[in-house]
Design a protein around this ligand. Structure first.
Ligand code: NAP
Length: 192
């Protein structure tokens, strides 16, 4: 019998995490991808058509918690429990990460959840020490944080490129540390 593909989830997989999403499909994952714009999801699925894995496009707005959870339950029914989740979620959807964790936690299957965080508020390295209060409810989830920092080169600082973000988050998934930083957040005063 053919081995079943492992099921991954990428929230925001059509944007700066597009490269990471395609890399997971290349590694053989069935990757459920959440984004609103169907055309960008279609383009992603087309780019992965020869990959050993596949893209399962979930076109929805993650601010709609009911639709979000329904879609994730359907995807888990089709591709099995989510064992890896990479989530880039705007602050416009403060409940979405917990709602995703709730569905993932239902299966009881071990899952690594990488929460990708920007550096918009204060020093994110300090902020990251506060874990979500709901985490204890889902013992099968291993929560990891990936902070997107900035790059200092030739004495100047700049934000990360999409390639650096996808590559850096992928490296964080492979390294599997509780906290990873893509680029740097120090010295904080040099933030672009
Ligand atoms: N430290 C850094 O260097 C750093 C950190 C953060 C961002 N950035 C830069 O800033 C740019 C803009 O950031 P961005 O947040 O727009 O990232 P992005 O990854 O380019 O786009 C956001 C992703 O989330 C999806 N999305 C957004 N709102 C959604 C919603 N309500 N429901 C479902 N999916 C949703 C988008 O698809 P849809 O729009 O189709 O829904 C897209 O896939 C990035 O492209 C990056 O270059 C840099």
């Amino acid at each position: 019998m053919a081995e079943r593909r492992k099921h991954a989830l990428v929230v925001g997989g059509t944007g700066m995490l597009r490269g990471l999403t395609l890399a997971l499909a290349e590694e053989g994952y069935a990757v459920s991808v959440i984004a609103r714009t169907a055309a960008r999801l279609d383009s992603l699925a087309a780019a992965a058509k020869d990959a050993p894995g596949l893209i399962n496009p979930l076109s929805l707005d993650y601010r709609d918690g009911t639709r979000l959870q329904e879609a994730l339950r359907r995807a888990a029914g089709q591709f099995g429990p989510i064992v890896l989740a990479v989530c880039w979620i705007h602050s416009t959807a403060p409940a979405a990460l917990r709602q995703i964790a709730e569905v993932i936690g239902e299966s009881g299957a071990p899952c690594r959840l990488f929460h990708v965080r920007g550096s918009a508020v204060a020093n994110p390295a300090a902020e990251a020490k506060r874990l979500p209060e709901w985490l204890g409810r889902y013992p099968s989830i291993q929560y990891r944080q990936v902070i997107l920092g900035f790059v200092i080169e030739h004495g100047r600082s700049r934000w990360l490129t999409h390639q650096e973000i996808s590559g850096g988050v992928l490296a964080a998934v492979r390294a599997d540390r509780e906290l990873s930083i893509v680029g740097t957040v120090e010295p904080w005063s040099l933030r672009p």
